[in-house]
Design a protein around this ligand. Sequence first.
Ligand SMILES: [Zn+2]
Length: 402
Amino acid sequence: MTQQVKRAFKYRFYPTDEQAAELSRTFGCVRLVYNKALQERTRAWYGEQRRLSYVESSAALTQWKKSEELAFLAEVSSVPLQQALRHLQTAFANFFARRAKYPRFKSRKKSRASAEYTRSAFKWCDGKLTLAKMAEPLDIRWSRPLPEGAVPSTVTVSRDAAGRWFVSLLCEDTITPAPATNAAVGLDAGITSLVTLSTGEKVANPRHERRDRARLARAQRELSRKAKGSNNRAKAQVKVARVHARIADRRRDFLHKLSTRLVRENQTVVIEDLTVRNLLKNHKLARAISDASWTELRLMLEYKCAWYGRELVVIDRFFPSSKLCGACGMVAAKLPLNVRQWTCDCGAVHDRDVNAARNILAAGLAASACGDGVRPQRESSRTGRSSMKQEPQRATAGIPRL
Ligand SMILES: [Zn+2]
């Protein structure tokens, strides 16, 4: 049985000077509205212990447009501004549900600039896309076809740090289910190998990445030598951003292939929840990139599992996956990171990562067996040694001071 899903299709496009100017103006307004609304919400929450709603933020936006110093907000399409408030609403809902950190301000330098247009703010005609306040359609490079007869419901325009423009079209698509299987797999996130599977397979980092990283290091060194505020520094910054973008593109490509394969081959995929670790500041490049890919892989697994009717089990990150002997269930006292292989008192010899991936799989199968979904095809012997209690995440992390 096929299934209808919402799916985003992303393409590069090349704006005319006018379009680029209009979009840059819109990005600026989106950022301003988001930040200003965030400031108001933060003040209401910390000053008066009051939660502002989307409706209140929207009413405030109407007032800002009437004020003299913010009258320029009325010059761009109002839809992306409303969408920014909706995004902020979602960010707060996630924060209050303890799924995310406190929303952060969008910085002109660090955040990706983007604007979201809903149906009323663009025209879709004969495969041509024209945004509100624009006379001409966007010059889109259709690198892959949209589904037959698709009409986008939402359009997101963005510009990355390397100065490239993208448009993402949200469309209905038909998904053909993957063949039935009873297989299950556990994943352990790593740095040297990106992912280790419970089958013993180690998935290495994408090809070329070592070279790209060397290039990145070189570009960053160049950048550090340029005087602050100079033209050359700005150029060097774009160069760094370009290498970053290439690494990210190749990674994404790679992760798409990996996640599709894992979801097609397995009924159940088990991963560890690493969100909390991701909150820690990390300056090591390798670590930062591997954390970013892990987050991305998890998102891909989430939606692809939903598409193909598979189960994704996320287990507690406090589960001692590396130190637990998969053979006898004993937990090793200490296991420094540089120890890649260890021998348990019971005599079992473990590859650190493969053992971790197997424990993650076992814990995940146990967790989902006592959960809501009853899965008859599961082997039931590996239960009883998981510590599945959910530690509450600290919801106060990262709150800006006023
Ligand atoms: Zn053992």
